[in-house]
Design a protein around this ligand. Structure first.
Ligand code: FMN
Length: 188
């Protein structure tokens, strides 16, 4: 396997991070640049990435996710998050919020998905662990919280966030998941 393939196959979702080992500015810049280099439909580059290292803001955001989940009748997601320690960002030192303009649709959502994977692979290549976090959308469900967090995180006007990429140096070394060869077909 070549180096690129090895990197792709060794990425895994990390859910526990070393608090004391910070990501250098150079590495963070390289990870974000990999996102910026991603393809996008019509080269729209329909994204703005916000890398947040501020613990107070991250703690606030995850608390707002919990607050939102507490308002739901269905408590299964809340129970799941409590079971994993109540922290959707797993105490990671950096969270990259993937934002995109409101009123955009499927293609822009795909653009974001491609960009987040580019950044995750870039992180793996630099020895940095990551986890994509769809729970992030819950931080912004309440309109007042959304307004406050959008300001704190300096979202561009009329942008919103559905997903983030959590980054840091893992305290666990999971293996990549088994690939399932039944999930593809080649037609000759
Ligand atoms: C769009 C998306 C959202 C995800 N959201 C979360 C999340 O909120 N929390 C989490 O712990 N993992 C999340 N994951 C990680 C998946 O659970 C993980 O990719 C999957 O279990 C496969 O494991 P692997 O990444 O280690 O190969 C998400 C992954 C994707 C692609």
């Amino acid at each position: 396997m070549n180096e690129t393939l090895q990197t792709i196959h060794s990425r895994f979702s990390c859910r526990g991070f070393n608090q004391d080992k910070i990501i250098s500015d150079k590495n963070l810049d390289e990870i974000i640049n990999a996102g910026l280099a991603s393809p996008s439909a019509y080269n729209s580059q329909s994204w703005h990435f916000i890398a947040c290292k501020n613990k107070n803001i991250l703690d606030k955001a995850q608390q707002y996710a919990i607050d939102y989940l507490n308002t739901l009748t269905d408590k299964s997601t809340l129970e799941f998050i409590n079971k994993i320690g109540g922290k959707i960002f797993y105490n990671a030192p950096v969270v990259i919020f993937i934002t995109r303009p409101k009123e955009t649709g499927k293609l822009e959502s795909i653009n974001s998905g491609i960009a987040i994977q580019s950044m995750a692979i870039a992180a793996t290549s630099l020895g940095i662990d990551s986890c994509m976090c769809g729970f992030t959308s819950m931080c912004f469900k309440d309109s007042k919280h959304n307004e406050e967090l959008s300001k704190l995180l300096k979202f561009p006007k009329e942008y919103y966030c559905e997903v983030s990429l959590i980054l840091g140096y893992g305290i666990q070394q999971n293996k990549a998941h088994e690939i399932d060869k039944n999930k593809y077909t080649i037609i000759e």
